[in-house]
Design a protein around this ligand. Structure first.
Ligand SMILES: Nc1nc2c(ncn2[C@@H]2O[C@H](COP(=O)(O)OP(=O)(O)OP(=O)(O)O)[C@@H](O)[C@H]2O)c(=O)[nH]1
Ligand SMILES: C=C(OP(=O)(O)O)C(=O)O
Length: 207
């Protein structure tokens, strides 16, 4: 029987009102926050179904994101003092107290539990690894099996993670790689099959 490694998965969630600025005008101001929250919810729901995931953690300063995370079974780590994404991830990883830690973006509405399971199984065999986004420039998942996370998220993070020694994980994981920054990405995620929360909000906006 295949052994299941229980990972602590840390998901960062920016304040809804400040997040996803590049999505631009696909939805109005009120719906924008709902859409960001919906993508977080679909990401967490898929991750919660993954067999390799032992616990889910959300680092956020946003009350609605924190409430949804709790409802979906995640533990909330307050994002304070607000030091930006990489600081939030280091804080979240430390809060888990775990050796096997993976950080996962919150904007993966087409994520499938089985692709996360496959990626985490591959990640278990190396000290530090990452999954590049669909464009190959960004990062959607960074995993460590005991050492420092040393996150380098931001523009060009895939190259930064590779240069710092993390192994690029290979796999056909379209939902795991499809982060949503722009309207085009949202359309691509919907074409792959976004989760129900994102579908419900995006339906109105992009019908
Ligand atoms: N807790 C926390 N999460 C963050 C922070 N900045 C970004 N994130 C999260 O990190 C992940 C990747 O962030 P980006 O894709 O750059 O998202 P963004 O900053 O909302 O998007 P843009 O406004 O388009 O740059 C998403 O899960 C964000 O919610 C931060 O300062 N704190
Ligand atoms: C922060 C990142 O996300 P994005 O490129 O989607 O902003 C990243 O890929 O490092």
């Amino acid at each position: 029987m295949q052994q299941v490694q229980h990972w602590s998965v840390v998901v960062p969630a920016k304040r809804l009102a400040l997040a996803k600025t590049r999505l631009g005008p696909v939805v109005d101001r009120a719906e924008h926050e709902d859409l960001v929250l919906a993508m977080l919810g679909d990401t967490l729901a898929a991750a919660a179904l993954a067999r390799e995931v032992g616990s889910l953690w959300v680092v956020t300063a946003d009350p609605r994101a924190a409430a949804l995370a709790t409802q979906l079974g995640a533990r909330v780590v307050p994002d304070e003092p607000a030091g930006g994404l990489n600081a939030a991830l280091v804080q979240g990883a430390a809060a888990t107290g775990a050796r096997f830690v993976a950080v996962l973006n919150s904007d993966l509405p087409a994520l499938q539990a089985d692709e996360l399971d496959q990626a985490l199984r591959a990640a278990a065999g190396v000290p530090r690894s990452f999954v590049a986004d669909a464009e190959g420039t960004g990062t959607t998942l960074l995993a460590v099996t005991g050492g420092d996370l040393a996150p380098a998220f931001g523009p060009g993070s895939a190259a930064a993670h590779a240069v710092s020694g993390a192994v690029a994980l290979a796999g056909d994981w379209p939902g795991l790689r499809r982060d949503v920054d722009t309207a085009e990405h949202l359309a691509a995620a919907r074409a792959l099959g976004a989760g129900p929360r994102t579908r419900a909000v995006a339906h109105e906006a992009c019908a």
